[in-house]
Design a protein around this ligand. Sequence first.
Ligand code: RFL
Ligand code: PHB
Length: 389
Amino acid sequence: MRTQVCIIGGGPSGLLLGQLLHTVGVDTIVLERQSKDHVLSRIRAGVLERGFQNLMIQAGVGDRMIAEGIIHDGTLLSNGDEKLRIDFKALTGSHVMVYGQTEVTHDLYAARDNIGAPTLHQVEHVEIDNLDQPQATVRFQQNGEQHEITCDYVAGCDGFHGVSRTTIPVEKRREFEKVYPFGWLGILSETPPVDHELIYANSERGFALASMRNPNLSRYYIQCPLSDDVKDWSDDAFWSEFKSRIPSDAAERLVTGPSIEKSIAPLRSFVCEPMSWGRLFLCGDAAHIVPPTGAKGLNTAASDIHYLFEALAEKYSERSDAGLNAYCEKALARVWKTQRFSWWMTNLLHHFPDQTSFDRRVQSAEFAFLQSNEDAQRALATNYVGLPY
Ligand code: RFL
Ligand code: PHB
């Protein structure tokens, strides 16, 4: 098999890149380890920056998102019963959109099927080779048979547990990591969201987040110890803990119901440098992970895709390597800014097991400063709605 760009990973990064390249006539093959149903059943991100929304439109897959996505002009932060609304619209003139990653992936798969571009599922033992040669090679197995693809470029969009990153020789790779001493227990429930905007709550009992997918589907999270097992969390236990952490007026109007999904995700900050190696370009979770507090994971994946798409389009239309040579530096500059913001939001809003009474007072002082200072609010809002590409 032969293609111009071989994309490893059929998650949102890989699929979005495939659609964008299609608009400029560049052909791709997507290799995905899981079945399509498995990929579409994953419940993950919920908040899209304006840049992400624009990329979906540019890729020709924005119609359902525009029709069904919910525009959010602000979000509420709380510290105990102290509240602060961050008004994105007034502070930045911009907004975010609530439209689930599951829906994004669904729309991207439908569009890919529509153009008849090849997506090979349940591939195993992917190996990337010849990255320093005029053509790269990708070998893999499917249904027990060995296959090989030759291509101009490889896009490593295979997430944190993928193989692309480890193709960069270990002595040439630097990894920066911070593992947080807690996770997020999340549930999805067919109940009306407790508020029309998201609530990020810090409380004496730890962090909670009230989010949503649509007017009758709520997504709620609480910070929990990493040692917790999701099987030990009954719905009742979740609701009671969640209620104790959000502001009391919200707790009073909270509608509870059975959970239809419940899982625990660990929190981690991670960056791999470089993000390119010969003909290989890493994008999204394959190269970096953020704790979900700032809603930046999927959005930072999208900015990588934007830089890589522009560089590949330039290469194929103008025969220039300038964009590809600059990819790593451009992508990393924005990646580190979103790392800083996600780390800062995580520190502002969570309880750390080794936190002293001094640390807690500093957290409250930071919250009070935000409440009293519009410039600080604008800095938060500017990062939350998304830094420019
Ligand atoms: P993905 O989604 O992990 O997709 C990678 C794909 O590659 C496949 N794969 C392989 N394929 C072939 N060969 C191999 N060897 C392979 N190894 C892996 C995998 O099966 C998979 O299909 O990475 P991608 O595309 O870079 O997308 C990244 C996003 O999924 C991620 O950043 C976000 O979900 C993070 N995230 C959030 N991001 C936001 O921007 N806003 C949010 O509100 C937000 N909330 C969240 C989140 C992540 C969460 N979890 C579960 C970690 C909330 C949570 C709880
Ligand atoms: C979500 O709706 O899943 C969500 C929203 C905001 C975040 C993280 C997750 O910061």
